[in-house]
Design a protein around this ligand. Sequence first.
Ligand SMILES: *Cc1c(COP(=O)(O)O)cnc(C)c1O
Length: 459
Amino acid sequence: MKTIIEPFKIKSVEPIQFTTVEQRERILSEAGYNPFLIRAADVLIDLLTDSGTSAMSARQWAGMMDGDESYAGARSFYRFESTARELTGFTHIIPTHQGRAAEKILFTLTGGAGKIIPNNTHFDTTRANVEYSGATAVDLPCKESRDPAAVSDFKGNMDLEALETLIMDKGKGNIPLIMLTVTNNAGGGQPVSMSNIIGARKISKKYGIPLFLDACRFAENAWFIKLREKGYAEKSVKSIAMEMFSHFDGCTMSGKKDALVNMGGFIAFNDGQLAQNARNILIVTEGFPTYGGLSGRDLEAMAQGLEEVLDEHYLTYRIRSVGYLGEKLTAAGIPLLQPPGGHAVYIDARSFAGHLTPDAFPGQSIVCELYRLGGIRTVEIGGVMFGRTDPGTGKFIPPPMDLVRLAIPRRVYTQSHIDYVIEVVVEAWEGRKDLPGYEITYEAPMLRHFTARFRPLNG
Ligand SMILES: *Cc1c(COP(=O)(O)O)cnc(C)c1O
C-alpha cells in the first residue's frame, strides 16, 4: 500500500516559536512545572489537547462569513440543527458553548445528592459536573482495559456485568441515567464496540434507565468499528455513526473534537420534557435556544465540520497518523497504553519512570521533560488529574493508571512534526533514570490539574 498522506493542502500557515533548552527550563520553573500555565507562544509542538485545536477547512471559514447573527431563529441555527438531527436522529438539538456546558445542564436536570451516574470512564469535566451536582460518578471500564500493555480492539468498552451489579446494589431509582463515552478519552482514547453499546442499551431498557452518549469522538469511534468489528467493514462510516446514535436517548457533544471547530457543542434529547427543561436552564446560563452561547458563524462551522469529519479519507489519515506515532514509540521500547487511541497516544508513565512512586507524579515528570527537551507540550492523566487524598488517613489514593497523553490536533501537524516528536520522546526515554519526582505546592479544590503548581523533588 502507498503512504497514507494528509488529505489536504495548506493554504494558510502559522509560524511556530523555537526556544532553547535553557529558556524552557526557566519557562517551566516560572509556570510552576505545569504546562497549562505555559504561554502557547513558548510551545513548539502543542499536544496538550485535541480540543478546539483543529484547523478549520476553507469551507468552514466560508461558513463563518456566511453566519447569520440574528438573536433568534438564525438561519445558521437551522442549518446546524438539521445537520445534527440528521446525523444523530435525536429530536431536540440544543447548542451550547462547549461540551461541559451540555454536561452542566444534563446533570443539573438529572443529578443531585444520592444519585449515581455510571460511565465506561468519566472524562474529567463530566466527573466534575456529576460531582458538582452532588451525585456520584462511577467508572466501569471493561476488564481488558486494566492491563495497559495488552492489545485489544475495544478497550473503551463498559463492563456490562459490573453495570448490572451496580444497578442491583444501588437501586435503579438512584441511577438517573447511564452514560457511555466514545471514544473513551480518559481510558486511553480507546473505542467502544457496537455490541457493547447494544449490550448497554439492553440493560438500560431492562431497568428503564435512559442511556446517554458522550459523543465527542463519535466519528473516530465509528471508524474503529468499521476497521475492527465484524460485519461493519462494508458499511459507510456515516451509517455506522447513525447506528451508534440510534441506541441512545440523547447525547452531550463537544464540537471542539469531532465537529472540527475551535468552539462549540450541543446537547440532544428525544424526551420533549427534558429538552424543555434543558432549554430553560440554557436561557439562564448560555443563551437563547437558537444560539446557546455561540455566534451564528460558530454554528455554521460546526454544521460543516460534522459533515467533513465523516470523510473516510480524513479518518484514514487521522487514525493512521496517531497509529504511526504509536508504532514508532513502541518499536523504540517505550511503554504505551496499547493499542494507540483515536486521538492520542498515551505513555504508561509508571513503567516509563519505574523508579518513581505514584505519589511522586511520574506522569508530571515526563510531561516536564518532554517540554524541557523539545518544547513539546503534553498532559498528565494520572495522579495529578484524578488522584485523591483520603480525608481520614490523609494518604494519597492514586488512580489505576498514570498516563501522559500526546493528543494530536486535527489537520494541524504533518508527518515531519510527528517524526520530531518521536525523536524527543526517545531522548526522554534514554534519560529516564534521572527523571525527578514532583510535589504539589498549590492546588484548587476541583479540577486541580489546570492550575496546580509543582516543585521537583531533590532538585
Ligand atoms: C472534551 C471532552 C468533554 C468536555 O468538552 P469541552 O468542550 O472541553 O467542555 C467531555 N467529554 C469528553 C470525552 C471530552 O473529550
